[in-house]
Write a protein that binds this ligand. Structure first.
Ligand SMILES: Cc1cc2nc3c(=O)[nH]c(=O)nc-3n(C[C@H](O)[C@H](O)[C@H](O)COP(=O)(O)OP(=O)(O)OC[C@H]3O[C@@H](n4cnc5c(N)ncnc54)[C@H](O)[C@@H]3O)c2cc1C
Length: 484
């Protein structure tokens, strides 16, 4: 078996792992990174940016919230069902992290929010070309990876960690497997776990969260995030936490983004009974919408509009413009949709009548008829008597053709698994720290209670980077305390 020596081993080179690595190396530790994938960045490559609180960019624009305000928002939102000390440590760290990232060479544009009423905490990464958008944060992952290499840290790609080594109560290293199948024993004083959760492990999703992927969940599956770190931590005695999915809502399958936006506009949303269950005006809050869909029969919902609304989306444009896909209208709806249908896309339904739409979608026909009549009545009088949806968004559903898109709860990934304290030290089942073991990012992200705190956007990547920094600093301090 090949042997390696380090002060700190970081398991994985994703958002949390890279941050932990830099923080530990900046504090003087000799670090080795084991990364399962053929590139670094993990899920961090997919997003647009992390949360920041009181960053230089926010201060320049006089944007809140302050640290205290953010903490209060967080704890009110989660009803204090989460580790308040960990939340506080995260928020306090977030107050310096965007500036820290800027010093490392990461560039951001002006902070944004995700939906009306959210806070401007989302620090969108400026990509190397063009405007921020999906995968812009890949530029940040590249900058951090370059920095790690520049600091002389070894990143071993395609070398997954397999087992954490423990000698009596203390963590002493890791067994990893290189790309040729050779095992490596890496000895170290501290280990940081940051393997990104279990969003790609369908069995674990089913067991830990109850969702049946493909049936009542359509979440992102990022290759490699299979729950390895959580399993390894549990094997050495770590306590588990509540586990859930970082809920949003999604149409199963690949969909053209401009066309996709037509089905994310606040038209009429119904469940399989044909009943409304949401004030559609809140749909930009994708977590609330996902939560609401998850409560419906078969966790299924349909977004419905008619030909008149379709034409309006092609001419006047969209009611709501998203930060992720900022299309203001759709130009060629019929052609785009036909292209998808020709390719076998099954989640959009077209019909000449509401009865036919009900037959095609499986929505209860009587329920749909009743709801359409009631909703059209609300549109005529300009008031939604049930949910008080904004009157300017009330448009009747009565001009054939009728269109429906099928939605399930979606998710960016999983949440939680390894119990940590505010120093990101991994805790055992009897609430004692396991000396030398740290966890960060999604593997340890159990700070949202029952619902992702999207009101402070950039939250999961923010938690990954900040908990990673905290873990790296504490792992290095622990290494020094052992005389390293
Ligand atoms: C489409 C999309 C958009 C998103 N946008 C945003 C956004 O704009 N803002 C935001 O806050 N959040 C966003 N997120 C979520 C955010 O990207 C994640 O919360 C964040 O990347 C989690 O960081 P992490 O380090 O815990 O995991 P990851 O970044 O996923 O890193 C985990 C790494 O672990 C590696 N790994 C797994 N097992 C092993 C093993 N045994 N040994 C070694 N390595 C291993 C994986 O290969 C991977 O590289 C988005 C997610 C998705 C899917």
């Amino acid at each position: 078996m090949n042997q390696l020596e380090a002060d700190v081993i970081v398991i994985a080179g994703g958002a949390a792992g890279l941050s932990a690595t830099i923080a530990a190396a900046q504090a003087g530790a000799k670090v080795i990174v084991f990364e399962k994938g053929s590139t670094t960045g993990g899920t961090g490559n997919m997003g647009m940016g992390p949360l920041g609180i009181g960053s230089r960019l926010q201060r320049v624009k006089q944007m809140g919230p302050t640290k205290d305000e953010a903490f209060k928002i967080f704890m009110d939102y989660t009803h204090w069902r989460v580790d308040a000390q960990l939340v506080r440590a995260y928020i306090d760290k977030a107050a310096t992290t965007i500036d820290w990232l800027e010093k490392l060479g990461v560039e951001f544009v002006e902070p944004a929010t995700y939906f009306p009423g959210g806070n401007f905490t989302w620090h969108l990464v400026k990509p190397s070309v063009g405007q921020p958008g999906p995968m812009a944060a890949g530029a940040m992952m590249k900058t951090l990876t370059d920095k790690v290499k520049e600091m002389g840290v070894k990143i071993l790609l395609q070398t997954p960690a397999k087992k954490i080594l423990k000698d009596r109560d203390r963590i002493v290293g890791v067994i990893a497997e290189d790309r040729s199948g050779e095992l490596i024993q890496a000895n170290a004083k501290a280990v940081v776990i940051a393997t990104g959760g279990f969003g790609n492990n369908l069995e674990m999703i089913k067991k830990q969260t109850g969702y049946d992927w493909g049936k009542d969940l359509a979440s992102f599956r990022i290759p490699g995030v299979d729950g390895d770190g959580i399993r390894m931590a549990w094997e050495v005695g770590a306590a588990s936490t509540e586990m859930s999915m970082e809920l949003i809502y999604m149409m199963p399958g690949e969909f053209d983004p401009a066309l996709g936006e037509t089905f994310r506009q606040p038209h009429l949303m119904v469940n399989l009974l044909g009943e409304r269950f949401i004030n559609e005006e809140i749909m930009p809050n994708t977590t609330f919408t996902g939560n609401a869909i998850a409560r419906q029969k078969n966790r299924t919902a349909f977004l419905i509009f008619d030909e008149a609304i379709k034409k309006r989306m092609e001419t006047a444009g969209f009611d709501q413009v998203s930060v992720v896909f900022p299309f203001t209208k759709v130009d060629n709806f019929d052609a785009l949709l036909q292209d998808h249908l020709d390719k076998g896309f099954k989640e959009v339904f077209i019909a000449g009548s509401l009865e036919e739409l009900a037959a095609k979608t499986g929505i209860d026909p009587e329920g749909l008829k009743r709801t359409a009549e009631q909703y059209n009545g609300f549109c005529e009088k300009g008031h939604d008597d049930i949910f008080n949806k904004r009157y300017d968004l009330l448009r009747p559903i009565r001009t054939p053709k009728f269109y429906a898109g099928r939605f399930l709860p979606g998710a960016y990934g999983s949440l939680g698994g390894i119990k940590i304290n505010q120093r990101t030290e991994v805790m055992s089942k009897d609430w004692k720290k396991i000396p030398g073991l740290y966890a960060a990012g999604t593997d340890a992200c159990s700070i949202y209670g029952d619902s992702y705190v999207f009101i402070l956007p950039g939250n999961t990547m923010g938690f990954a980077i900040n908990s990673g920094r905290i873990a790296g600093e504490n792992a290095a301090a622990y290494m020094r305390s052992l005389g390293g």
